[in-house]
Design a protein around this ligand. Structure first.
Ligand code: SAH
Ligand code: SF4
Length: 407
């Protein structure tokens, strides 16, 4: 979501005539787009602010802007801690952020019409909904991003079409819970049906899905529509029913397993990836072992594992954070090790196979592409391949990337 918001800002700035630079000494403004999901993300943002503050003592004209969820959550308290910060724009006000930032330098930008769709990258993100209504007990998102609002499907389809006209070949639909999309009588599956009709669009992906809302319609469209990629991110969080209940996830592990079976039956090539939290309040070793067992049974295509950290205002923040940090670290490392082992096995099975990939970019003669399941593939190639489907014979496999020769 943050990558998408930064991308959107980037386009607007480009249209205003501003450009991105790679180091502070060339910059007029530093924009820090922040995340509040875990305590570590906020700590990272604060330490970065410490570094730019020092820089600002040398280059006093540089402006510092903090945007996103941490800006929403902490607002002017950030300024109290860092008086070097010039402007704070919360996640809910992101839409007019670029204009407010430009106005730090000159006040007549409001008159200028901008076309933010001038980027010509192969893969583009499109936000289809904002906020979240699920109130998982550990999660700050409903507080910092607000209530769930689905964006008008016509706006979405027009945006996708204009991106494709500008060269995009893959669209990634984004939302905290895309499968609960509903605008008038259009649900997520019907939205996809509209988007697949866009000529020259090759692929559609979407992130992220809540297991309680995964409909048969969506599974069916994944099975039948060739433009929809064989990848689904379906956060499990835990495989202990007691913990799932305390997390307010509204499904059981058995229900989750049924969904996996349904997906794999309908789309045999599907790669299911997930999120897991370890060390949630009350998570015993037995609860954790159940999650580890599920990781071994399900064999996810990849996973993100997080150590639980209490977030202000959430229901879980009132629970006793009783799993010691060292134990959270231990559980985190065990899940990661198991997941890496499984990933190595999955990618090793791809050795010698021919994979159809979509080429996203080329750097120094090496193309970067992705399989339909979302795995990165690198090969020697030419500029003409960018935006095209090609076949690659896989010669080398690492956890996060495959290498091969174009056939
Ligand atoms: N809307 C998405 C998740 C957004 S947050 C979904 O429901 O899938 C991304 C991930 O961060 C979550 O899936 C969860 O695994 C993790 N996370 C959220 N809050 C957390 C917290 N307080 N501590 C640790 N991990 C957390
Ligand atoms: Fe947070 Fe749950 Fe909403 Fe995901 S579904 S954003 S974890 S409250």
């Amino acid at each position: 979501m943050n990558v998408c918001d930064s991308d959107m800002l980037d386009s607007v700035f480009l249209a205003y005539g501003a450009s991105k630079v790679n180091n502070l000494s060339e910059a007029d403004v530093v924009i820090l787009n922040t995340c509040s999901v875990r305590v570590q993300s906020e700590q990272k943002a604060f330490s970065y602010l410490g570094r730019v503050k020092e820089f600002k003592q040398k280059k006093t004209c540089i402006k510092i802007v903090v945007i996103g969820c941490m800006a929403e959550r902490l607002g002017h308290n950030i300024k109290k801690r860092f008086n070097s910060v010039d402007l704070i724009i919360g996640a809910k006000d992101i839409d007019n952020a670029a204009l407010r930032i430009m106005n730090l330098f000159c006040t007549n930008y409001s008159a200028k019409k901008v076309n933010p769709e001038i980027k010509s990258e192969i893969v583009r993100y499109v936000t289809i909904m904002r906020g979240c209504d699920n109130y998982c007990s550990y999660c700050t998102v409903p507080f910092v991003r607000g209530r769930e609002i689905s964006i008008n499907y016509e706006t979405i389809v027009n945006k996708c079409s204009s991106m494709v006209k500008n060269g995009a070949r893959e669209i990634i639909l984004l939302g905290q819970n895309v499968n609960s999309y509903q605008y008038e009588d259009i649900n997520f599956a019907s939205l996809i049906k509209k988007i697949v009709t866009i000529e020259n669009l090759e692929r559609i992906r979407f992130i992220t899905n809540h297991p309680k809302d995964l409909s048969d319609d969506l599974v069916k469209i994944m099975a039948t529509e060739p433009k929809v990629c064989s990848h689904i991110h379906l956060p499990m969080q835990s495989a202990s029913d007691k913990i799932l209940k305390a997390m307010n996830r509204k499904y059981s592990y058995e229900h989750y397993l049924k969904l996996i079976k349904k997906l794999r039956t309908a789309v045999p090539s599907v790669s299911v990836t997930t999120d897991i939290i370890v060390g949630f309040p009350g998570e015993t070793n037995e609860d954790f072992e159940n999650t580890l067992k599920a990781v071994k049974t399900i064999r996810f295509g990849g996973l993100y594992v997080f150590r639980y950290s209490p977030r202000p205002n959430t229901t879980a923040a009132a629970m006793i954070d009783d799993v010691p940090f060292e134990e959270k670290k231990r559980r985190h490392a065990i899940i990661l090790k198991e997941s890496n082992k499984i990933s190595i096995e999955i990618v090793s099975e791809m050795l010698g196979s021919i994979q159809q990939v979509l080429v996203e970019e080329i750097k120094n003669g090496i193309i970067k592409a992705r399989t339909r399941t979302g795995r990165k593939v690198f090969a020697e190639g030419r500029k003409e391949y960018v935006g095209k489907h090609i076949n690659v014979n896989i010669k080398e496999a690492k956890i996060n990337s495959l290498f091969g020769d174009i056939v």
